[in-house]
Design a protein around this ligand. Structure first.
Ligand SMILES: Cc1cc2nc3c(=O)[nH]c(=O)nc-3n(C[C@H](O)[C@H](O)[C@H](O)COP(=O)(O)OP(=O)(O)OC[C@H]3O[C@@H](n4cnc5c(N)ncnc54)[C@H](O)[C@@H]3O)c2cc1C
Length: 295
């Protein structure tokens, strides 16, 4: 298996900035993202505080960021990273598309959701999963529910519908109306997917394992429940990672408590700003380069 010098996880300003600096420093980089550019960039109406780009729109900033990646031949590996394992001298990175290895890792996954579904953490690994491609096979011929907070959840639901007998899809989060529209278009040819729009997922319930997802109106029972969001809590992503109030704890060089693991951007804490994220991505990449050089 190819071992990359640096794996960057996240395609917001922090991850893109880290990947650019690492590539300029001649490192073999792999950049993971759930989309080409974070939707926190592409959906912003007008950005007034990005130096050198007064009044830039989110769409335009997204185009400039993807253009910058392309000019350096950095491609985005569109895969959701489910877990990063520290193996001592390198890292194993588990994604829905398989395992990857890197000598250093930069986490740039954005801010983790402040509000989880009630019961979500209690049932994680016991009927609740964050990764359809990792755990979908356990539900062959069964019934599953997907609480989908992003576009990725729509593709994951289609994948699950090829394994499970029945999939119930509940668009969730502040973008749920848009996600519901997109999902109903994409699910047209998938008769075993049912969309429940206009209900807000609130909690997971069960006894030994998760048995039902509850909304503000109803209870939906299934064998497994998938919760698909852009970002998960940092210490769920990396076992053993030290956190501070749900953010990755870092020093000024963006080093975490795990040697070779760095973090940048919103996931290290407020202020949540583009230029702070991009700046920290730059620092994290330089620190990762120094770590690889033994400095
Ligand atoms: C509508 C809106 C307007 C804003 N306007 C401004 C503004 O005008 N000025 C300003 O300074 N800030 C603004 N912000 C804040 C700004 O968007 C954030 O501070 C910034 O995007 C943070 O960048 P980031 O790279 O840390 O994380 P994000 O932009 O959140 O990017 C994280 C990326 O990581 C990906 N990811 C997460 N987990 C995984 C995983 N496990 N595997 C693979 N990929 C993963 C996500 O899909 C996402 O693409 C705005 C935010 C919003 C929502």
């Amino acid at each position: 298996m190819e071992r990359y010098d640096i794996a960057v996880i996240g395609t917001g300003p922090a991850g893109i900035s880290a990947a650019i600096t690492a590539k300029i420093r001649n490192k073999n980089v792999i950049l993971f993202g759930s989309s080409s550019v974070s939707n926190k960039v592409s959906t912003a109406h007008g950005i007034l505080n990005y130096p050198g780009l007064p009044s830039v729109s989110g769409t335009e900033l997204a185009e400039r960021l993807t253009g910058h990646l392309a000019s350096l031949q950095i491609s985005v590996t569109k895969a959701q990273v489910s877990t990063v394992y520290s193996m001592g001298s390198y890292f194993g990175i588990q994604t829905g598309s398989g395992m990857f290895e890197a000598s250093a890792v930069i986490l740039a996954c954005g801010v983790a959701p402040s509000q989880l579904l009630s019961g979500e953490e209690d049932f994680l690994g016991r009927g609740v999963s964050y990764c359809a491609t990792c755990d979908g096979q356990f539900y062959r011929g069964k019934e599953v529910i997907v609480a989908g907070y992003n576009e990725e959840a729509i593709n994951d639901t289609i994948y699950l519908s090829e394994l499970a007998d029945k999939v119930t899809f509940l668009p969730a989060g502040k973008d749920r109306a848009r996600i519901a529209d997109e999902a109903s278009e994409k699910f047209k040819d998938h008769s075993n997917i049912m969309i429940i729009a206009d209900e807000i997922p609130s909690s997971i319930s069960g006894s030994l394992k998760a048995e039902a997802l509850n909304t503000d109106k109803n209870e939906y029972r299934a064998d497994g429940i998938f919760i698909i969001r852009d970002a998960v809590a940092p210490d769920r992503l990396v076992p053993g990672l030290k956190t501070d109030n749900r953010h990755a704890a870092v020093d000024r060089l963006m080093r975490t408590n795990i040697p070779g693991l760095f973090a940048a951007g919103d996931m290290t804490g407020a202020p949540y700003q583009y230029i702070k994220a991009a700046g920290e991505g730059n620092v994290a990449a330089i620190s990762a380069v120094n770590y690889l050089a033994g400095i």
